[in-house]
Design a protein around this ligand. Structure first.
Ligand code: AGP
Length: 599
């Protein structure tokens, strides 16, 4: 995915656009560019590479005077990262410039048609068709032009568009890609995400799909595709810009791990005070759909919900679920987990499920995001903005959310006794302290990272909830340190993959589940017998594990359901220190993006 920004007002636009793009770099960072409209002329400056290349090229924006402009930071989908493929893209005349986040799925047909009309394309991108289509449809009214465009294009888009023929406005529109309109005093903004504009305004429009925003210096008007004016409530953002800045930490990822105790407390506290969730209808079965780390939370959810309610739970990655013709009835509860609330595959899977009449329960971190808006019910994980591409605090709050959902379902079934409710509630409120205790172990974790950061390949093994935890520990490690890693059910390793264990292979054995501890001890001995080096994660008191593991990190005792909560903080910190020792770009790992808004 990419990040787009736009500014129209009385200040110089370029520095504001650069500042906004900096806040959006987590969305994509292989190239960047801005277009400034000044004295009826559009000037574009764009380059491959990080935003700082663009910043240096235009001297922080001083070389591009003007009070209207649009900007873009790219995560390449069509066409390699290059100067020419960078956005903004312009019409041949140079009178129209556009920035885009998403994918125009029918761009080849449109490109063919426009070429037949004499248009020449200079880039490999899908976005360039928008610039030429705008030129082709332009009839002196940019609003009508954009309305015609969106009736022609298929796919996902958040677009910002300026024209030297109408130098007093920016036109913006979205479908399936996020876009927020910022409302200032004598100035207005567009951005892919709130952090880009929060320094200037807390007042926003969270526009819906195919709503068109016309921004002038003095105001913003919204239209539908029939060019009828529409009204939307102002959404006032209730968190401040410091939440979207590093606050003295070296990396956002570390800062966000440090915020986990408070984030988990923010998520469970109010619900435990007000009472568990009201479940209107007990489902016959549940489907949990998500991607990546959110999917790993879903696996924890399956184990816990099935144990506490005996309701069958299927967990699926969204990109598979949406194409496998799942068996869904109106008695199926579909739980959709997403930090960003904008993951394309997860949105598509949600829509597939919704067609069948199933109820959609969203567990989402970004207020007003697409998944939040399209769910029938939403449980917000109050982690605050998460900037680092590798999720940490959002994952931890998602865990807390699935615990709350499981207990709420058990209560709705009439199976949660008052004593149980008190005990589980008390234990959930202890989790922030348990996570803090893990953070206090950071020096010991850093020590182990220093011993193993040169590993060529790392295997994570676990059983039950520790298997789900191993999946996430493995993903964290590989996505920020680029070390190959795999997670295996500890009982499954011997069915093939154990052939890869050789002298010195690092195996991280997660053994927090008391009921499976002896089994895990056997699995550790199995890999040790083949030369592995074992770093174990165990519950305090189980010191027997030191007899066979080469190193042990302990988590405090807690309910077996809740051990993933403190344990994941250990694994996140381990990945963080390994990546740091390897000199990796921790907040912006190569090839990744914070929210994958393309399929
Ligand atoms: C997070 O560390 C991963 N980079 C990624 O797998 C992420 O969890 C996944 O893309 C889902 O994102 P979402 O929660 O915003 O839907």
């Amino acid at each position: 995915m990419c990040g787009i920004v736009g500014y129209i007002g009385q200040q110089q636009a370029a520095p504001i656009l650069l500042d906004g793009l900096k806040k959006l770099e987590y969305r994509g960072y292989d190239s960047a560019g801005i277009a400034i409209l000044n004295k009826d002329t559009i000037t574009v400056s764009k380059t491959k590479g990080r935003l700082k290349n663009l910043y240096n090229m235009i001297d922080g924006g001083n070389k591009l005077p003007g009070t209207i402009g649009i900007g873009h930071t790219r995560w390449a989908t069509h066409g390699e990262p290059s100067d020419i493929n960078s956005h903004p893209h312009t019409s041949t005349s140079g009178k129209i410039a556009v920035v885009h986040n998403g994918i125009i799925e029918n761009y080849m047909d449109l490109k063919e048609y426009l070429t037949s009309k004499g248009y020449c394309f200079v880039s490999e991108t899908d976005t360039e068709v928008i610039a030429h289509l705008a030129d082709y449809y332009y009839n002196g009214n940019l609003l009508e032009t954009i309305a015609r465009i969106i009736n022609k294009v298929e796919g996902s888009y958040a677009l910002g568009l300026i024209s030297s023929d109408q130098p007093d406005r920016i036109i913006a529109v979205r479908k399936d890609s996020p876009l927020v309109v910022g409302l200032g005093e004598g100035e207005n903004f567009i951005a892919s995400d709130i952090p880009a504009i929060l320094k200037y305004t807390h007042n926003t429009y969270l526009i819906e799909d195919k709503e068109i925003a016309v921004l002038t210096q003095d105001g913003v008007t919204l239209y539908n595709t029939d060019i009828e004016e529409i009204h939307r409530e102002i959404f006032t953002v209730d968190w401040d810009i410091s939440a979207a800045e590093k606050g003295g930490y070296e990396h956002f990822m570390f800062k966000e791990i440090m915020e986990e105790p408070q984030s988990v407390l923010n998520t469970v506290g109010p619900i435990l005070r007000q009472g568990l969730l009201t479940i209107d209808k007990i489902p016959d079965c549940m489907h949990i759909i998500a991607c990546g780390s959110a999917y790993h939370v879903g696996i924890v959810g399956k184990y816990v919900i099935e144990s506490l309610t005996r309701i069958p739970v299927e967990v699926d990655i969204a990109s598979e679920y949406r194409y496998r013709n799942p068996i869904i009835t109106e008695n199926t509860l579909v739980v959709v987990i997403s930090q960003s609330g904008e993951t394309a595959d997860t949105i598509a899977a949600l829509r597939e499920a919704k067609k069948t009449g199933a109820k959609i329960f969203g567990i989402v971190n970004v207020v007003g995001s697409s998944i939040a808006r399209e769910s029938d019910e939403v449980l917000y994980t109050l982690a605050g903005p998460e900037i680092a591409v590798a999720t940490t605090k959002a994952y931890s709050t998602q865990l807390a959310a699935v615990y709350l959902l499981a207990l709420s379902l058990r209560k709705a079934l009439g199976q949660l006794t008052p004593n149980e409710e008190k005990r589980y509630g008390r234990e959930l409120l202890r989790l922030p302290n348990l996570i803090s205790a893990m953070i206090e172990q950071k020096d010991k974790i850093q020590y182990y990272a220093s011993r193993y950061y040169n590993a060529r390949s790392v295997f994570f093994i676990g059983r039950g909830l520790d298997y789900a935890l191993s999946l996430e520990g493995s993903l964290k490690l590989k996505e920020i340190s680029y070390i190959h890693s795999e997670a295996y059910g500890a009982g499954e390793l011997k069915h093939g993959t154990i052939s890869l264990i050789e002298n010195g292979t690092l195996v991280i054995a997660v053994a927090t589940q008391e009921a499976l501890f002896e089994k895990m001890m056997n699995n550790i001995k199995e890999v040790k017998a083949r030369g592995a080096v074992v770093l174990a994660v165990a519950t305090e008191g189980n010191t027997k594990i030191e007899e066979c593991a080469d190193g042990v990190l302990y988590i405090p005792k807690t309910d077996p359901f809740f051990t993933p909560s403190p344990a994941i903080t250990l694994l996140q910190l381990f990945a963080y220190y390994v990546a740091s020792l390897r000199g990796c770009d921790i907040d912006k790992p190569r090839n990744l993006a914070k929210s994958v808004t393309v399929e």
